[in-house]
Design a binder for this molecule. Sequence first.
Ligand code: ATP
Ligand code: MG
Length: 436
Amino acid sequence: MTDNALPSANIYGPQDHAMRGKDLPRDALQVVSTLKQAGYQAYIVGGGVRDTLLELHPKDFDVATDATPEQAHELFRRSRLIGRRFRLLHVYFGRDFIEVATFRGHAPEDGHEKHEADDEGRVLRDNVYGNMAEDAVRRDFTINSMFFDPDKNEVHDYVNGIEDLDEGYVRLIGDPETRYREDPVRMLRAVRFAVKLSFDIHPDTEKPIPRLHELLANIPAARLFEEVLKLFHTPVAVETYHELRHLHLFQHLFPQTERALQTEDGSWVDQLIEQALSNTERRLKQGKSVTPAFVYAMFLWGPIRRHERMHKEAGMSPVPALQKAQSEVLHQQIASTAIPKRFRGGMTDIWSLQLQLDNPRGRRPLLVLEHPRFRAAYDFLCLRAEVGDADPEKAAWWTKIQEMDEAGQQQMLAELPKGPRRRGRRRKPKPANNAS
Ligand code: ATP
Ligand code: MG
């Protein structure tokens, strides 16, 4: 793209919209004014502008500037340079930070040392700086590409973002196919914003997805893990799930789950996911915490059941069959979306506890109740019971025992079948080692 092909900005003044600098968080305003005082350009940009114009509560406010990250770094004592794919500056205010990004230029031809692309056209590294117009057009969607000047209360719009905001469109800037090839994650982002804002993906932006969704297979598993969290830890998780499946994107995040959904188990697996996601939505709306371990445990339960059943049919007993199934499914999943170690323990606990919850025996339930992951595992059991994958009477039993005092609990335990007899488990004495 040559300079004269760059758009000029439509500038919307305070008479055109209700966004006001004085209503923005002090931290963001301070970053903008420090940069300006040092002679640089600086604007609020991206999601913060989009959401404020829509009268939503933005998650954060990012700043765009013509200062390089290193130049900006010198202006803020409490700041840190981060990133490789995109070099950025974080300016800290207590535990929070404002992200400062330098205007980026258009990607030059392949082979340029600061720009790398792979065979499918995916941009691997992009640290070429540019001006504001260039920065506007390298962003993903028109509604994410508006700059706000908090002193003049002006919105600078190079890509008709305001129009799309009014009409409710998520629309890629530029040629959609090229933009998806540069970064296939934009397909997931399109869904995320459309659902979050109750917008439509513009037909031109949606059209190439069925042809290009396979490109998601090349995205590093760690980046997809991050995207999964953003997609499903939201108050609109159920709709996001439907839309991702509709556009054939879900299969790249959870391939085994998608296969389970296509089998005769499909209907309960689907219901389980819906129940669990609406559970997540409810918790978020109540300000409660949600953990990736729970969401992942639930997405993978369908596939685990399939593997478990196979192993049991081959003669394995329940405990090893479930364990083997878990490790197989987890292993395969990690190839699609990485799962940090700290969450894997939580997931396997939730799964393993299901066997105990399905078969309360002897005095074991007392230990189970004390397990740090009991609450999550119990919630999981209740969801399973709702969709016919567990016995509702067992779920009710666990609900009841939590409400009992100690005497009541003892009574409930006394009515249980006895624990398994430990027959034949005594070890043979070790043979004497005569060799030494
Ligand atoms: P959210 O509310 O989810 O934070 P956001 O719009 O702030 O939404 P971020 O992922 O925080 O989204 O990214 C900040 C901005 O950076 C976006 O608004 C967009 O302009 C740009 N951006 C982010 N990811 C991409 C991408 N993959 N391709 C092009 N531009 C991107
Ligand atoms: Mg953001």
